[in-house]
Ligand binder design. Structure first.
Ligand code: ATP
Ligand code: MG
Length: 753
């Protein structure tokens, strides 16, 4: 255990400017001397070097009052310095040095410097260094002069805090304070998070209805899209069905058209063949018709016709001529009749003859046309010729029968008659001429008929063959006509079918377009499976309802509300998670603090009970027939109350502290100090005149107690009494020379026990 081996002072209070050394050793050191010599100044020096901060505790008005003031004519100190030399042979102090020197220097300007082994240090370093082994300044191991009773004057709570310190509850307080600080932070965070949560909740409340509307709106739109998809699917199915039907129709129609076209083509081919045949036949017919034989026959026939016409006209002229001749003859007869000759009758008979012959001629002439052969014609012509000769003779005889009887009367008549006869002769000449012509014509006709006869059989053959060909051609033409009829029937039929086909193809194209559009729309909508028993009407109705509802929602919809709500919700959850975490932290801090409180109480109570036990025991030692105890004001909750010291010293009938004498109080206080020491021994005690108010018996008991304790701790005690001096291991006297305190060692043998 380290101990103070030396105190060095310079310029401190009454100790002057020269360095003063007070060698100390383990055990009990007593400082003695008359009043006012500077004993307590040594105690002040110890307090100073250990870092006390209040000048007053060191009995000075100001810090500068701690500096040597010059005394009786000496120079005041410019600085004060106190050093404590610790023997650290056992390494009790955590510095690798056998001696540890702690120094505090004070300058006039009030500045303080600390040193540990000459190295500049802070006050805290020094306190930390010594805290483990020496009670801190102001601790119970320092009992300044006249302060032995301070335990009684102090507040009970302050008194309890001495137990707190020894129990180390500060550690718990520190922990609790840390926890409290954390708790405050947590609560501040909780308040912040709570405010944020409240704000977000209010936002969410505002957004909820908008979000629900927006979700409903979106659902409606989705449903509308689904319905659109289903309706499109239905349309697609129908469209595909129609396309399939049209395909079938188009295929069968195409086949039918092909068939009918083939038929039509065959008809055309057949027609062509027939036309070719007909043409061939016509050519053949034409060829045959234009054959020489037919030409000859035709020409002969034409010639015969022409000649016959001429003949006819000639005969008609001749017949007219005959009538004229007859008329003239009649006139001439009448002229002759007027002559009333005998020859009249003859003339009459001649005229009758003439008439008969003429009739005969006319019959013959008319028969000529009915002649079937050239021979018969020739015979007829011969008869005609004979009849004409006969007529000519009759005419001559008629002319001859007319006599001169009426020449006179008839001179004029004669002239007329002559004239008539002249005319008649002319006519007769003409008629002769015509007869010749008739003959010539007949001859030519005969010639032509002869030619005709020569070509007759060939002509017949050719004509027969032409007839056969013509018949064939007619039959072919009939066929052609029939084919034409079929062609005419077939063509509009094919055209109608082609029209149908075109219409079907247009329909098919339109359906294909519709299908394309449907597929495009489906791509946008997204194909969905077609539900069974989909009812288009019901779906359309539902779509209309949705449309109406969407329209009614209209401008009220705020689609951002969903996102905003989700965002708020996400933030809320985040903040809620923070809140929960903070609540858990808070709870755990509260639990921890409760644990700390519990442990603190346990530790405190353990310490209290032990110290209380020591106190009673020591008090009984100091006051054998007395009794004392420590009492908590609040036993249930010790930290909510103070500590009471109850003592009934020997010979005292009361335990009320206030009623104790100064000595009894000092004895009780010492019992308390020793109880604390017993519980937690410290290395160093400073006690300034604790025995001042004690009677000799009690001083002896206290001295004995100090002696016992000095075995474990170093004790520096200021005393004016022999009892303590006699148990001291080392003794120093303090005097003054020229107002400056001087220290000298006192031989123990000079001290009476
Ligand atoms: P008592 O037995 O009465 O307690 P004491 O020996 O303890 O006496 P102290 O209180 O230590 O005496 O010393 C008091 C003396 O110290 C006084 O005479 C005082 O003048 C002197 N003193 C105090 N401060 C200074 C100072 N700054 N400079 C010089 N002397 C001083
Ligand atoms: Mg004193």
């Amino acid at each position: 255990m380290p101990y103070i081996s030396k105190i060095e002072l310079r310029g401190f209070k009454s100790f002057g400017n020269t360095k003063v050394t007070i060698p100390l050793s383990k055990g009990l050191t007593a400082i003695v001397g008359p009043n006012g010599m500077g004993k307590s100044n040594i105690i002040d020096a110890l307090c100073f070097v250990l870092g006390w901060m209040s000048a007053k505790t060191m009995r000075a008005e100001r810090f500068s009052d701690l500096l040597f003031n010059g005394g009786n004519g000496s120079r005041p100190a410019s600085f004060a310095e106190v050093s404590l030399h610790f023997d650290n042979s056992d390494g009790g102090l955590p510095i690798n040095s056998k001696e540890v020197v702690i120094t505090r220097q004070l300058h006039r300007d009030g500045k303080c410097t600390y040193r540990i082994n000459k190295r500049r240090a802070t006050r805290e370093e020094i306190i930390d260094l010594l805290a483990a082994k020496m009670t801190c300044p102001g601790g119970y191991n320092f009992v300044l002069q006249g302060e032995v009773n301070r335990f009684f004057s102090m507040d009970p709570v302050e008194r309890r805090k001495i137990i707190d310190d020894l129990a180390g509850v500060a550690e718990y307080d520190e922990k609790k304070q840390k926890s409290l600080n954390e708790l405050q932070k947590v609560e501040a965070n909780l308040a912040n998070v709570g405010a944020v949560l409240a704000e977000i909740s209010s936002q969410m409340e505002n957004l909820r209805e908008q979000m629900e509307t927006a979700i409903h709106y979106k659902q409606l739109k989705r449903e509308r899209e689904q319905i659109r998809g289903i309706l499109l699917q239905i349309r697609k199915e129908k469209c595909l069905g129609k396309i399939e039907q049209l395909k079938t129709k188009i295929a069968s129609l195409t086949e039918e058209i092909e068939k009918q076209r083939n038929r039509y083509k065959k008809i055309l081919e057949e027609k062509e063949k027939l036309n070719a045949k007909i043409e061939e036949i016509s050519r053949s017919v034409d060829e045959k018709r234009s054959s020489d034989v037919l030409v000859v026959a035709e020409r002969a026939r034409a010639e015969i016709n022409t000649l016959s016409d001429i003949l006819k006209r000639t005969e008609e002229r001749k017949s007219a001529l005959d009538q004229e001749i007859e008329s003239l003859s009649l006139q001439i007869k009448r002229l002759c009749d007027s002559k009333k000759t005998a020859a009249e009758e003859t003339l009459e008979s001649l005229l009758t003859k003439f008439d008969n012959t003429r009739s005969k001629f006319l019959d013959l002439y008319h028969s000529l046309n009915r002649c079937e052969s050239l021979a018969s014609a020739k015979a007829l012509l011969k008869q005609i010729h004979e009849t004409l000769n006969e007529l000519s003779k009759i005419v001559e005889r008629i002319s001859a029968s007319i006599g001169p009887q009426k020449i006179k009367q008839m001179e004029l008549q004669q002239v007329n008659e002559d004239k008539l006869r002249g005319e008649l002769a002319g006519l007769q000449r003409t008629r002769d001429e015509l007869n010749k012509q008739v003959l010539e014509l007949s001859r030519k006709i005969q010639e032509a008929q002869a030619k005709l006869k020569g070509a007759d059989s060939q002509e017949k053959e050719i004509k027969s063959s032409i007839e056969t060909l013509v018949a064939q051609r007619s039959s072919l033409r009939e066929k052609l006509e029939s084919l034409g009829k079929r062609e005419r029937e077939l063509e509009p039929k094919i055209r109608a079918m082609e029209g149908d086909l075109q219409r079907f193809q247009i329909q098919q194209d339109a359906l294909a377009n519709e299908l394309r559009e449907i597929n495009n729309e489906l791509k946008n909508v997204g194909e969905s499976s077609l539900p069974e028993n989909a009812d288009p009407e019901a779906l359309e109705k539902r779509a209309q309802e949705i449309e109406a509802e969407l329209a009614s929602l209209g401008e009220r919809v705020n689609l951002r509300a969903i996102q905003d709500f989700r965002e708020s919700e996400r933030r809320y959850n985040e903040e809620k998670a923070k809140h929960d975490k903070l609540m858990a932290e808070k709870q755990s801090l509260l639990n921890f603090m409760a644990e700390i409180d519990e442990k603190k109480k346990q530790v405190f109570m353990k310490t209290f009970n032990e110290i209380s036990k020591h106190f009673t025991q020591i008090f009984r030692e100091l006051s054998p027939n007395g009794d004392a105890m420590l009492k908590l004001e609040n036993e249930q909750s010790p930290f909510d109350g103070g500590l009471e010291i109850i003592a009934r010293p020997e010979g005292s009938g009361t335990s009320y502290i206030g009623s104790l004498s100064g000595g009894q109080m000092a004895l009780t206080a010492l019992a308390f100090i020793f109880a604390l020491q017993r519980y937690r021994p410290t290395t160093f005690y400073v006690l300034d005149e604790i025995d001042a108010h004690l009677d000799p018996k009690n001083r002896t008991r206290v001295a004995e107690m100090l002696r016992q304790f000095s075995r474990e701790s170093q004790i520096v005690v200021v005393t004016l009494h022999d009892a303590v001096m006699s148990v001291a291991d080392r003794l120093f006297g303090v005097t003054k020379e020229n107002g400056i305190s001087r220290i000298y060692a006192v031989e123990l043998s000079n001290v009476e026990g």
